[in-house]
Design a protein around this ligand. Structure first.
Ligand SMILES: Cc1cc2nc3c(=O)[nH]c(=O)nc-3n(C[C@H](O)[C@H](O)[C@H](O)COP(=O)(O)OP(=O)(O)OC[C@H]3O[C@@H](n4cnc5c(N)ncnc54)[C@H](O)[C@@H]3O)c2cc1C
Length: 555
């Protein structure tokens, strides 16, 4: 059975749920609140029946929302096949493409990727010692092998090709280009030598071309401080603490192995603004750190947990258990250790008098607010006015990724919210006008524009949740196509799209230096990386520069 023949994941939702969720007016909530509300929506969506809100013109009209089963649409409104450009080849792009090609049997997908190599953060983010997480690549490969799928690698949309030049050749554009920037702390000293963003460090050890010249100063001293307590922060800590011989078996770059083998970092501290029950890490990642041989865990203040941890919700109870149990390696005899420091908000990064590089980080102490339950997930904190200083020979900021607007987005009418770091959309992935949203009946979908993944929901969630989210986007595109709502290039009811897709776009590549790649080109690079890996006993040795990747094609 191939990927396209497997049973579909079905989603069900009833009109009362739609009404209740939409009336929350998600649009005007901010940051995490928006994401949380969308998460709530999504989980209900997943539990309930196939949602088919009707559109009047391109306006969302809740009153017309109705439930019915819908799976495959074999005819298109214009009798032309749907031609869609997918921007980004990460999980969001691939899962949307898969679902859409399954639902619309004649849909043709052109997937644009800025790098010669596909898979986004699956290749450049997921930790090398988590190879099982990368199994989704097998599924993506099946999608890419369809005759209705074209991979256009090494073409950076908005830079190598303008969005306005793409638009006439497609019925729809899906933005699934992820989050390529990081959030900053906004404190003095965060750009000092010896301070790295976790995104840069992760990209560096995973072979991301833009960070191959990073040269992290791992020999500068034995104290590393990581600001942030999400899973990315824990990945960074694990890579710093895992014996290099363990990492050799993974696809971490040889360059990173060489640096890590000389590292003097012996103690890694991960610092968070709130307590252990509010932290963003998950228990699996904490347990992995506890299980690294010869690495001790510095025990934490037990008053941060309730007397009876059995009364905590399941997830927090497990976290409390793992943290209270600690590691098998005793602190007194272990060469390396790690610890979690809580209730500290970063204030400044400092140098010592005789050096220009980082030597310590100052934090403002925090305490749980009087009106808050310190053991609840949402507990809030207030500054106490006291300062704690932690010595640091190396510091990482790990407070989140951030999406940026693609150049030319506004030229095709797509609004980007720089504060939220997302393309404005309804919870299904339709790109919406800034003036409206799901709670506003005047909300207007910009015909033919859709989004999925981190640029849709913000930089949060794992591959599985990105897949759920991509399926929601694909379902709504398929539904809109079936319902004959306007897509791109519809004028006076006529679809004027050339339908040429990439064949129409390639002539307008900016500059002559751009060399677009197809899937076979990537397979050649893939084979060459695997061969390099085989020669040194690992699964793959990635090329660290685009030039090296392209050289493979000229051999
Ligand atoms: C450090 C780290 C570790 C993680 N570890 C795990 C894990 O262990 N397990 C797990 O389930 N999840 C993990 N995740 C989460 C997972 O990687 C994301 O949920 C998922 O990759 C998001 O998918 P996406 O497609 O939205 O974005 P991305 O994966 O970022 O894909 C976006 C793609 O768009 C491309 N692109 C960007 N701009 C352009 C442009 N202008 N033109 C063309 N292409 C462009 C990018 O190159 C990229 O290929 C991790 C995330 C990070 C950051």
């Amino acid at each position: 059975m191939n990927f396209f023949q497997r049973p579909l994941w079905h989603s069900f939702i009833c009109p009362s749920c739609i009404q209740r969720l939409l009336s929350r007016s998600l649009w005007h909530t901010r940051g995490k609140a928006l994401i949380k509300a969308q998460d709530g929506f999504r989980s209900l969506f997943i539990k309930s029946a196939s949602f088919r809100p009707s559109l009047r013109g391109s306006n969302l009209t809740i009153a017309q929302a109705r439930c019915s089963r819908n799976n495959r649409y074999s005819t298109s409104p214009s009798k032309k096949p749907l031609r869609i450009a997918v921007i980004g080849s990460g999980p969001a792009g691939f899962y949307t493409a898969y679902r859409l090609m399954k639902k619309i049997p004649d849909a043709v997908v052109d997937m644009y990727e800025q790098f010669p190599v596909p898979y986004g953060l699956v290749r450049f983010g997921v930790a090398p010692d988590h190879p099982e997480v990368k199994n989704c690549q097998g599924k993506f490969e099946e999608v890419a092998e369809s005759a209705r799928f074209n991979y256009i690698g090494n073409v950076r949309v908005g830079y190598d090709v303008e969005l306005v030049k793409m638009k006439p050749h497609y019925d729809a554009i899906l933005f699934s280009y992820g989050a390529s920037e990081d959030r900053k702390l906004g404190i003095p000293g965060e750009d000092l030598p010896g301070v790295l963003s976790a995104r840069a460090f992760v990209g560096w050890y995973n072979g991301l071309p833009q960070f191959q010249d990073l040269t992290p100063e791992l020999e500068a001293g034995d104290q590393a401080v990581i600001i942030g307590q999400g899973n990315v922060a824990l990945d960074v800590a694990r890579i710093l603490l895992t014996p290099v011989d363990e990492l050799r078996k993974t696809d971490i770059t040889e360059q990173a192995l060489e640096f890590l083998s000389r590292s003097k970092a012996r103690s890694v501290k991960l610092v968070g603004r709130r307590g252990p029950l509010q932290a963003a890490f998950t228990v699996k990642e904490v347990r992995e750190l506890m299980n690294i041989p010869s690495v001790a865990f510095e025990s934490i203040d037990t008053s941060l947990f309730p007397h009876d941890t059995n009364k905590l919700p399941r997830v927090q109870k497990r976290i409390a258990q793992v943290l209270n149990k600690g590691s098998a390696s005793p602190l007194s005899s272990s060469p390396k250790s790690w610890g979690l420091s809580f209730l500290l908000a970063p204030k400044s990064m400092n140098t010592s008098t005789d050096s220009k590089r980082i030597s310590s980080v100052d934090f403002t102490n925090q305490a749980f607010a009087l009106n808050t339950d310190p053991f609840s997930k949402t507990a809030s904190v207030v500054p106490t006015g006291e300062i704690t200083t932690i010595p640091a020979s190396l510091a990482f900021r790990s407070v989140g990724y951030k999406s940026a607007a693609l150049p030319g987005l506004s030229d095709i009418g797509a609004p980007f919210d720089a504060k939220l770091g997302i393309i404005l959309n309804d919870p299904y992935g339709r790109v919406m006008t800034p003036s409206g949203g799901p709670g506003n009946l005047a909300a207007r979908h910009i015909p033919g524009l859709y989004c999925a993944g981190w640029v849709k929901r913000g930089p949060t969630g794992v591959i599985a949740s990105t897949m759920d989210d991509a399926f929601i986007s694909a379902d709504i595109i398929a539904r809109d196509w079936e319902q004959r709502v306007p897509f791109l290039n519809v004028e006076k009811g006529q679809n004027t799209s050339t339908g040429l897709g990439w064949d129409g776009v390639k002539g307008s590549l900016i500059g002559s230096g751009v060399r677009p790649l197809d899937w076979n080109d990537w397979k050649k690079i893939d084979a060459a990386e695997k061969e390099r890996g085989r020669m040194i006993g690992k699964e793959r040795e990635k090329f660290g520069t685009v030039a090296e990747m392209l050289n493979v094609l000229d051999r």
